[in-house]
Every structure is written in C-alpha cells, then in structure tokens.
Design a protein. Structure first.
Length: 594
C-alpha cells in the first residue's frame, strides 16, 4: 500500500488533491445530469465523496461516464480561484441550491464566506462551490490517471433520517498511478480477507436477520476456536492473579440507575422488561454485578487488590445501519475484568494490567501497538484531583513500557480517564481493542468500602479492563489479520488425514484416533473423491497440515506431511507419534508458524 505504515491520505498535499477531485466530480455530475442539487464533498482518509440530490437514480454502470467527464475537466486545465464574499452575496450565488443555502444561513451574518470558482483557459467561470478549501491552483496538478470512482451509497442529508435521502458517490485519488494501483491491490487483499467472506468459507459463524439482527450464531468450527482461545484466556488470567466470575444476564434497573449508565448510556440500552411488577434490564455491561459480589461481605485492605474477570455476554442497541458482521453487533461476549485496589496500589496495578495486555496481544501475533491516553470529557463525574492522579498513573504505566502514545483530549469515559490500545494488523490497519479505564463514579454511588490499616472505612479504586474488547470483534480482526490461515493452536481444523484410496481408510482412522488422543483437532477425508481434489479442498479450508497415507505409510506406521501453504514440511515423512509430538509442541508453544 502507498505510504507504508502511515494512515492513508495523511499528507496535506494528498488531502488537497482529494478535496479538489471531489469538486471536479461534482462538476462532472452536474454536467451529465442537469438539475442535480449538490450538498457536501469532503476529502476522507482514503479518498473523497460528494452527496447529490439527482433528477434520476444513477447506478454503478454510470461511474465510467462520470470518470471520463472528470478527465475532460482535468485536461481542460481549469483554475481553482478563491473568492471571499458576504453571506448575502453567497446566498444570491447559490439561490436554488437548497443544501448550500441551508449551510450558508447557519453562518453568522458578519462572517466572510469563501467560494471556489473553477475557470477555464479563457477565464470563464464554469463551476463554483461554497467551500473553505484548500484546493489545488489548477487541475493540471491532478494526475487524470490517478483517481477512480469506487461506489455509490445512500446518505441522509446531515445524517438525519428525517431529511432527504441523497446519493453519495465515493472515489479515491492519489498523486500518481503507481499509488492508485497499490491502493487498489490493497483493497483487493482487504476484500479477500473480509471476515464475513472467510467466516462463511470456513463455516465459522452465521447471522440470521430473520431471527434477530446483530446476533452471532457460532458454528462447530467457530466453537472450536472459541474454546481454544477462551481456555487460554482463563489459564493466563489465573496465572496473573485473577479470579473468574459468572454473573446473570439481567438485573433490576436500579443497578444502572445507581451506576449512572441510565443517564449517560440509555440510548444504547434495551428497554426494561417487567418481572414481578419491577423493571429488569438485559445487561449492557458487567460492572454492577461485580460490585454486588464485592459488597457481599466486608472487605479489608488485606483483601486488596481483587482482580476479577468474566467472559460476560452483554447486549447493546446499535442502529441497523452500523451493524457489520462480527465487528459491530448487538450481543457480544466481553472479556471483562474489574480491579478493586487501594490508592497506594493504583499505579502498580495499572502497570500490571498494561503489561499483561501487551503480552497477550503479542501471543496472538500483534506486535505493533500504540497507546492513546483519553482525558476528562465535558460531561463527567469525580474530583479533578482524582482525574489528574489517575491520568498520571496511566501515563507512567505507558512510559514504563516504552510505548509511543497520543493524548485523546476529552475521550475518557464519564467516570474516569483511560488507556486505549490500538493494534496494527497484517495490512497495516489500526484497530482499537484494549481499554483500561479508571472509575471514580461507581465506588461512590454503590457506597463501596474497605477497612484500612487504621481501622477507617475508605473507598477502593476501581479499574475497568477489556483486554480483547469483545470476542466477536476480536474474531473479526483475527480472521482478517491471518486471512483465515490461523496459527496451529487456534485453527479450527488442525490436521486432515487423507487416504490415497478407500483401501486405507482404516489406517487413516487409526492415525486420526492417535492424534485425537493427544487433544489435536483432526478430520478424516474418507469420501471417494480424487486425492488432489481432497488436498485442494483442505487447503481452501486452510487446514495447517494434511497427512497423506497409503500402502507405504500403513506398512511403516508413518504419515506423509503436506503444509497448507505448499511449502516443504520440516520432515516429509514421520512416525505417527513423532508427528503428534511436533504438532502438540506447536500448540503448547503457541507458535505462529507451521
């Protein structure tokens, strides 16, 4: 991809080119479809878009004609000329353009407004747009072979479903054709790795809109992966001083009234249900339940810190328009944890949480990780001194790990500052996953206390931590990172035993049984298909190892080994027990290779 390890479109020059190309596209559309009303057309991370109210619908088949007209405009070498006018003059210029005039009227009467006019070689104004800019000086600065229109979508004016539905045309633009070609190749790889496609091909999960949008059905293959990852997750949490909790799926509404979530988060919570004439809510988060366990008995400073974790399934309302495979769902399993500690333990606990999180991510093969420190938002609770102390603890933890970080001003939760960890996947895309959050709110609201060494009742500090984020979203990222070619230890099918003919089915079953006895996930390909077809099918299923067995192998008690990537195996033929040892070691060491 162009500009490796940089966010696409990060350069100021590229942003200017893209913004200018969006205007050129709008000019082309209004030429080709007279009567078109234009709305807005900004540059975005990897290109640009423009919203239109069109006199007739357009389809993807219309994009080549729009591109051709855009190239004519670029080749005509039009100047972009900035003009500053009063609000009244701007309203006159754009009379009849309802979307432009709406935006102009919202500006203060005293504000000077900028308009960009496109002038041809004779100085004639051929198009104009109300815009802050900046733009290139002349269309000759744009390479007519370095842009492409990508797709068409619907978009409500100003994102409000009560407003007019507009047609949004997306495009991408680069400085040169080489970068465009690299970007299109990148998009092809993204499509190839799309977790929705790979998930279907590998039979991992499904979504059934008719039974409920945004809810995931895990298939046996996906279930095998979940078991492997969840077993690892629990084992490592126990090793790192956590205890595992299980809490209910519903609770009385007063829990979330007390926590404050009903005030700050109500729009993402499902409506209460009536049980015994009382309001119950399906849980959107686990923290109030963990607090109830804390309050089940008196706590001493000697008990702290308490590190409690739960793979808790929660439910949050998301609009149907933003649901996206595993990445944006309505029901998900959060790998949640809450830490209750004394003020003196706060800094060391944060450092330990961060260290543990980074170690887990590296086990899964993610080594490029960046931290963001999120500070106090406008709507928040808690004393400023506590916010300052907590933020400093977060900063020290990040510094201790030698991590690069950025400040996310105002990005904290309403109840405390946080660290967000973002990972880079195999394609260089950034994903926000781990969150480590302070909470000054709930210990106070739930009247949580512990008895300190001086015999006084004091408030514990509370830290929320979601390491993988949610299993659903994590699986989506994991699928796209590996393109479905998972490391052996989490692959849903680790080994396929393939007999060369039906005569050797019994030996194939014997091999499979011995490997299964070592807790390896094994399938046997016993149908009467051709050997090469079976091997291709197993490669498409991305099974790490294919063991081909025939007369020679049956006579020697061996297996012939093929790897899914077609590369030579470490040893082409091995005794069954020796191969089992080899595969088990790959699993136990969580080796990322074959």
């Amino acid at each position: 991809m162009p500009e490796q390890n940089q966010k696409p479109g990060s350069s100021e020059k590229l942003e200017t080119i893209r913004h200018s190309v969006s205007h050129i596209m709008a000019q082309a559309v209004t030429r080709l479809f007279p009567g078109t009303k234009v709305a807005i057309g900004p540059s975005i991370d990897d290109g640009f878009y423009y919203d239109f109210l069109l006199p007739k619908p357009i389809q993807a088949e219309d994009l080549p004609a729009i591109e051709a007209e855009m190239k004519k405009i670029i080749d005509s070498r039009q100047d972009f000329v900035r003009l500053e006018v009063s609000r009244d003059e701007a309203l006159k210029r754009f009379a009849g353009e309802e979307f432009k005039t709406e935006l102009i009227k919202e500006l203060p009467a005293s504000e000077t407004i900028s308009i960009y006019e496109n002038k041809d070689a004779d100085g004639k104004i051929v198009w104009a747009d109300f815009c802050r800019g900046p733009h290139v000086a002349n269309t000759r600065e744009i390479n007519s072979a370095a842009f492409k229109l990508m797709n068409i979508a619907g978009a409500y004016w100003r994102g409000d479903e009560k407003n007019a539905m507009l047609t949004r045309v997306y495009g991408t633009a680069w400085e040169n054709p080489k970068d465009l070609k690299a970007y299109l190749a990148f998009l092809a790889e993204v499509e190839k790795r799309d977790h929705r496609r790979v998930g279907k091909d590998m039979d991992l999960y499904s979504i059934h809109e008719e039974a409920g949008a945004g809810l995931i059905y895990w298939h046996p293959n996906g279930g095998r992966m979940r078991v492997a990852i969840e077993d690892f997750w629990r084992k490592e949490h126990y090793r790192n001083g956590y205890e595992i909790l299980y809490t209910p799926h519903i609770g009385k509404s007063w829990l979330w009234e007390t926590s404050g979530h009903l005030g700050f988060y109500k729009g993402n919570m499902y409506s209460p249900m009536q049980i015994d004439n009382q309001d119950y809510i399906i849980k959107p988060m686990n923290c109030p339940f963990h607090i109830m366990i804390y309050k089940n008995k008196g706590r001493s400073y000697r008990d702290l810190p308490l590190r409690w974790a739960e793979l808790g399934t929660v439910y949050r309302y998301e609009r149907s328009g933003v649901l996206h495979g595993l990445l944006r769902v309505r029901g998900f399993t959060q790998d949640d944890a809450h830490i209750f500690c004394t003020p003196e333990q706060m800094e060391s606990e944060i450092r330990e949480v961060l260290r543990f999180s980074l170690w887990i991510w590296k086990i899964f093969g993610f080594k490029e990780i960046k931290a963001y420190l999120a500070t106090k938002p406008a709507e928040s609770v808690g004393e400023q001194s506590r916010w300052d102390a907590a933020l400093e603890s977060l900063r020290k933890a990040v510094d201790a790990e030698g991590m690069a970080y950025e400040i996310d001003e105002g990005g904290g939760a309403f109840y405390g500052p946080k660290i967000d960890l973002k990972i880079l996947d195999a394609l260089g895309r950034e994903w926000q996953m781990t969150t480590i959050q302070f909470d000054f709110n709930e210990p106070e609201r739930f009247d949580m206390t512990y008895v300190d060494a001086d015999g006084q009742h004091k408030r514990p500090y509370m830290v929320h931590r979601a390491l993988l984020g949610s299993l659903e979203r994590f699986f989506g990222v994991l699928i796209e990172h590996f393109g479905g070619a998972f490391p052996v230890w989490i692959a849903p099918e680790q080994i396929a035993v393939i007999p060369v003919a039906e005569t050797f089915n019994d030996y194939a079953k014997k091999v499979a049984a011995e490997l299964k006895a070592r807790d390896l996930r094994v399938t046997t390909e016993l149908d009467d298909g051709r050997l090469n077809a079976k091997i291709r099918d197993c490669q498409n299923r991305k099974i790490p190892y294919m063991l081909v067995v025939g007369e020679k192998e049956a006579g020697e008690g061996t297996v012939s080994i093929r790897r899914r990537d077609g590369q030579p195996a470490a040893a082409p033929t091995m005794k069954i027990a020796d191969f089992a040892d080899y595969a088990v070691k790959k699993v136990e060491t969580r080796d990322l290779g074959l």
